[in-house]
Design a protein around this ligand. Structure first.
Ligand code: FAD
Length: 510
């Protein structure tokens, strides 16, 4: 009962498990795929951290706030940027290796909207994989962390106002899945993002918004769900899901975006053309896609294969040769800025329920995420949540909290059937078309109407589909409620204006 359950094995879940276990607290780590299945393992660009000579947490904080559309929580940003360097030093001590120059010092890259070189990488563009690998090795050697793979949390139990346990569906190859209810007074959601709710996404198949659905079901407050970040140039090929990124660096090297007639089109949207801010380019690409198609023309880059070996190999796997062919692209859902509302130590509004990483809304990102801040957020706030949880575990346990329900029926596979698959495809089309890069009151109302119709048609037992529709509806409702354009939320009926800073509201945790 007192053993915390951590749900998810990305950077946030792994770090929290390690921190709790290293403080002497046994942990149960549940993850719905294999231990290494997460968006964290896919992160390419790197980690933003103020460790370079001439840089400082204050400068990093200023850049984070400048990107955030005026609604970051300055205290959360201060914590991110001041505690980040120590977390990276600890990660290095745990065995993670970041790229270094010939002098043995960390190498710092520059990314859009950062005023200093502060992005560290591992294995070039395999930063997330290296970080996750190091943490998995640590966690697997800790006898106090019990890891269960292919264990998917289906429900949370809340009794008397407090979390009391989780219902877990464990898949066993070739056998009927097992369902059990695990009592727990503390559950840490580290379930990642929501990309799979959209037709084109860079997120892995595990990113289905489960944490938002689970938290909403037990009455936890969610915030800022309308703020979503789209990457402008993901590879768009029928049946390729997730969509691989074709990095901004390719445009930086001189590749042009062209429409289906071969004409450049970004200049019509912004004088900076292909190198305008991400959301501007993404909207231009979306427009071209709706008119017939958008393509990256990298044919003028004679040294493409040498400069971008990873992307070149990825394109080759899909039968594309950038020296001869245009690369079909589309904007892809990449990152969720909002999520389950937490205080600065990961507590949600439901006692015993914690949220860390992309599933959470700590206030760090505001309306738009500064590139490479999310891995750092995962480390910093997972660490704070684990420490705060450890302190609570030292106190006498709260009274009488056995889970409120018995295990439900086994998973009959209804989500994999034709009707549920069709419903999720329709949901993704609705989200991309009506709750995507550009929204209006009309599109959002239509989306809510259409999502409700889909919900009514969900076959019995298709709980994953039901969860996803619940989250889709929450996003559409939030987007309808925010009657302005800000950061990652663009309302065509409310053009961007000068936006005053909005101070964050007090949390009012019970
Ligand atoms: C292609 C790509 C490139 C990126 N590049 C960068 C970058 O360079 N720098 C950066 O800072 N950020 C980057 N990001 C964003 C960053 O990777 C994520 O925001 C971050 O890794 C999220 O970490 P997390 O631990 O919160 O979630 P994740 O890493 O997504 O992990 C979530 C975990 O929860 C599990 N899970 C989900 N639902 C359940 C359930 N119901 N039951 C049990 N387990 C469940 C999943 O299986 C998974 O293990 C990138 C993202 C993508 C997709």
């Amino acid at each position: 009962m007192t053993r915390p359950v951590v749900v998810g094995s990305g950077i946030a879940g792994l770090w929290a498990s390690w921190r709790l276990a290293s403080g002497g607290h046994p942990v149960l780590l549940l993850t719905k795929g294999a231990l290494g299945d997460s968006a964290s393992a896919w992160a390419q660009g790197g980690v933003a951290v103020a460790l370079a000579p001439g840089d400082s947490p204050t400068l990093h904080a200023a850049d984070t706030i400048a990107a955030g559309g005026g609604i970051n929580d300055p205290e959360a940003v201060r914590i991110l940027t001041t505690e980040g360097p120590d977390r990276i030093r600890e990660l290095v001590a745990l065995g993670a290796e970041f790229d270094r120059g010939p002098d043995g010092q960390l190498r710092f890259g520059l990314e859009a909207a950062h005023s200093r070189h502060r992005i560290i990488h591992a294995d070039g563009d395999r930063t997330g994989a290296a970080m996750v690998r190091a943490l998995i090795a640590v966690v697997q050697h800790l006898p106090t962390v019990e890891v269960r793979e292919h264990a998917e949390v289906r429900r949370l139990s809340r009794v008397g106002g407090r979390i009391a346990g989780v219902e877990v569906v464990t898949a066993a190859a070739g056998r009927e899945s097992r369902v059990e209810v695990i009592p727990a007074r503390d559950v840490v959601l580290a379930t990642g993002g929501v990309g799979q709710l959209y037709a084109v996404t860079t997120n892995p198949e595990t990113a289905t918004g489960d944490g938002w659905a689970l938290a909403d079901e037990v009455g936890a407050e969610l915030r800022d769900l309308e703020f979503l970040q789209f990457h402008p140039t993901a590879l768009r090929l029928r049946g390729v899901n997730p969509a691989p990124l074709v990095s901004e660096a390719v445009r930086g090297a001189g590749a042009h975006l062209v429409d289906w007639t071969g004409q450049r089109f970004t200049l019509e949207f912004d004088e900076r053309a292909e190198l305008a801010p991400r959301d501007v380019v993404a909207r231009a690409v979306e427009y071209a896609v709706s008119e017939g198609g958008a393509f990256l023309d990298a044919r003028p880059l004679a040294d493409f294969a040498e400069r971008f070996p990873g992307i070149h190999a990825m394109l080759a796997r899909h039968g594309l040769d950038p020296a001869r062919q245009l690369i079909p692209v589309a904007p892809a859902l990449h990152y969720a800025m909002g999520g389950v509302l937490t205080d600065l130590d990961g507590r949600t509004t439901v006692p015993g329920l914690w949220a860390i990483g992309e599933v959470a809304s700590t206030g760090v990102h505001g309306a738009n995420r500064l590139a490479s801040n999310s891995l750092l957020e995962g480390l910093v706030f997972a660490d704070r949540a684990a420490r705060a949880l450890a302190d609570e575990l030292a106190a006498p346990p709260p009274a009488g909290t056995a889970p409120a329900f018995e295990p439900g029926p086994p998973d009959a596979g209804a989500d994999a059937g034709g009707p549920a698959t069709g419903i999720r495809a329709a949901m993704r089309a609705i989200m991309t078309g009506m709750v995507g890069l550009s929204r209006t009151e009309g599109s959002l109302e239509q989306a809510l109407h259409d999502l409700a119709a889909l919900e009514a048609a969900v076959p019995g037992g298709a709980w994953r589909t039901r969860h996803q529709l619940r989250v889709a509806r929450l996003i559409a409702r939030s987007a309808l409620a925010r009657r302005e354009s800000r950061g990652g939320h663009r309302r065509i009926d409310f053009p961007p204006a000068d936006q005053p800073r909005i101070e964050p509201e007090p949390l009012g945790l019970d």
